[in-house]
Every structure is written in C-alpha cells, then in structure tokens.
Design a protein around this ligand. Structure first.
Ligand SMILES: [Zn+2]
Ligand SMILES: [Zn+2]
Length: 349
C-alpha cells in the first residue's frame, strides 16, 4: 500500500513530502498507524549522509508510537486499536546468542528501522516519518501510558532505552551516586530515569544556564563542567557516569571522578574520536570505559512499563511534518527542550 511520508532524495537536499510503499501484513506482522514520531539526532546524521551508507530515498524516524490498524493471521498478542511503539529495531536473525537472550540490539543481523537491508521495496527500511509501518510482532512494544501522553512517550523508544539499558546494566539504584553528562534528548531522560531508580543523581553541563532545568528534571546536584573547582569537589566519588555527549571531549575529566571499579559509559556516537584517555586513570582505580547501544526488545518493554508506572515521559516540542527541516537546524543549535516529536497526522495536510 502507498502511504505518505517525509524524507530526502539526497544528503544535501532538505526533507520533503513523498509516497512510500508498505508491505501487506504477513502472518506475524503488525500494521501500525503512526500517531507520533520523535526526532533523534541519528535521523539527521543518516539523512544528511554524514554516516556512511545512506540509501536514498531516506525516511528517518525510530521513535514511533501509534495504534494497531491490522494484524497478520498468527498474531496473538496484539489487536486492532492497541497502543503500541516501535523503536530502533524492526528485525534480527532471531536465533543467535544475542537474540536468544533478548539482546537483539547486539545481533550482527539486526535490522534498523531505517536504512537497513530488507526484502521490501525499495530494498532498505524506511522509518517513522510516515503514516504507517508494518513490523514483525516480536519487535512491537506495548504502551501502557495514558493515551493523552502518547506524543511524549515516543522519545522513550530511542532516548529512553539508550539511557535505561546502561543505568540498569551498571546497577543504578538506591545508595549509588550516578552522573549524567549532557542535558539534551538523551541526558534529560537519563536524569529522570536514574532519579526514578532511586540513585543520587548528579547532572553535568557546560552551561550555567541549565542548572535549574537539570534540578527540575530530577538531578540532586548539578556540576558546571567548565568550572574546575566544581569538578574537583566530586573526585573519586561516582559509582557510574553515563556520558551522552557525542562531540569529542576530554574523558579524563570524568574518569577521575569515578571511585574504585567505577564505570564511564558512552552512549553518544561521535563523528570523530574522543582524545585518548590517560591509561593511568583506568589502572589506578580499576576503572572502566564502556559503551552501550540502545537495548533489546524485552528490556525496551521493561523500560516502557517502568516509565508508565513512574509517570515518566520525555519533555517534548510537538512539530508538524513541514517543520522537520527547521527542527533539525534548531536541534543542531541545541535549541530544543528536549526532544522534537512529529505529529504524523500533519503528513496528510
Ligand atoms: Zn535514536
Ligand atoms: Zn540474532
């Protein structure tokens, strides 16, 4: 079926209205009428061909929420009308060690929601800036938030799980001192989630002007990382620091804030490498630098349920489809609190 979408025909061209084809639902497929789709920084990198391998036309979007509008004959867990979400993953091999342990995000054959190979025309996946999407039931998430919050739930599907998964893996919770570096789309979710998990949360920002905003999000303390005396006050005190900043920067400044066995985990994807850290800062206190990429399907469901239970959604600015290009420019300037979400109903205008 042909549906309306918003995408680009080349890396140097703006996004524009287009029509794309969606497959008819197969036995295990769920067809979703998309209500809202968050705008992730990855969307911009991919559609502008700043990352290698972008296929055109490119329709980004992997923070998808909406209603089930059809199901295949063998789908038992979803029915028409259900509130559901789709994140960064729409398929994987389903039988490797990663898939069998519910970590489809690390499957070598993971199929991302856009720009990954698929048998469907045109040969690569097309994402959530579109009226609907058809996805295998395994990769469809149930949303238990009130429907009125649906737009603000969308960013949980990437920004939420990208921060939730490492916070859980490194045991954020009561009695733990957790740092969150960067207060943007990812960081603002990291602060909310770590706070809800019961940790003592310290937000790091380069900008004095974000101090009050970070406290409002749930930070117990805020450190302006450009102020050496503020940084020094936290030396050797953190169990875990979640670093959401993608721009290359000095990792040593944060490593020295970890106590023995502490971990600094990176979730931002820099276009060029960070300066190499001083290995002595790792050796001296058995510290770790790690990375983490989104999360598996069971963990994404767990995150959505945790957020529904704790009343957590993203702070968003709702935009029309014809404002996507402008939203990208504002996102590049950091002019968003904290996530743009597209109202997909405006695709029909
Ligand atoms: Zn994303
Ligand atoms: Zn697999």
């Amino acid at each position: 079926m042909l549906v309306k979408a918003y995408g680009a025909h080349a890396g140097e061209k703006p996004l524009e209205p287009m029509q794309i084809n969606r497959r008819e639902p197969a036995a295990h497929d769920v067809q979703i009428d998309i209500a809202f789709c968050g705008i992730c920084h990855s969307d911009l990198h991919q559609v502008r061909a700043e990352w290698a391998g972008t296929q055109f036309p490119c329709v980004p979007g992997h923070e998808i929420v909406g209603h089930v509008s059809a199901v295949g004959a063998h789908v038992a867990d979803f029915k028409v009308g259900d509130l559901v979400g789709v994140g960064c993953i729409v398929d994987s091999c389903k039988h490797c060690d990663d898939c069998e342990t519910g970590l489809e995000n690390y499957c070598d054959d993971m199929v991302g929601t856009y720009n990954f190979p698929t048998p469907d025309a045109p040969g690569w996946t097309l994402g959530g800036y579109s009226q609907n999407i058809v996805v295998h039931e395994r990769y469809v998430l149930r949303i238990r938030h009130p429907e009125a919050q649906l737009a603000a739930v969308a960013p949980l599907l990437c920004a939420g799980i990208t921060t939730y998964s490492p916070l859980r893996h490194w045991n954020a919770g009561p009695g733990k001192k957790i740092g969150v570096v960067g207060i943007g789309g990812l960081g603002h979710m990291g602060i909310k989630l770590a706070h809800a998990m019961g940790a003592h949360v310290v937000a790091f920002t380069t900008s004095e002007s974000k101090r009050e905003a970070a406290k409002a999000l749930g930070a117990d303390e805020v450190v302006v990382s450009r102020k050496p005396e503020e940084m020094a006050a936290h030396t050797k005190s953190f169990d875990f620091i979640l670093n959401t900043v993608a721009a290359p920067h000095d990792l040593d400044a944060f490593l020295v804030l970890l106590k023995r066995d502490g971990a600094l985990t990176l979730v931002g994807a820099p276009a060029s490498p960070h300066p190499s850290p001083n290995v002595f800062n790792l050796i001296m206190k058995r510290r770790t630098i790690a990375g983490s990429m989104i999360g598996g399907i069971p963990e994404t469901q767990e995150m959505l349920d945790f957020c529904a239970e704790h009343g957590i959604v993203a702070d968003i600015e709702l935009v029309r489809a014809d404002q996507i290009n402008e939203s990208y420019e504002r996102m590049l300037k950091g002019d968003v609190k904290y996530r743009f979400v597209v109202d997909n109903a405006t695709l029909a205008d």
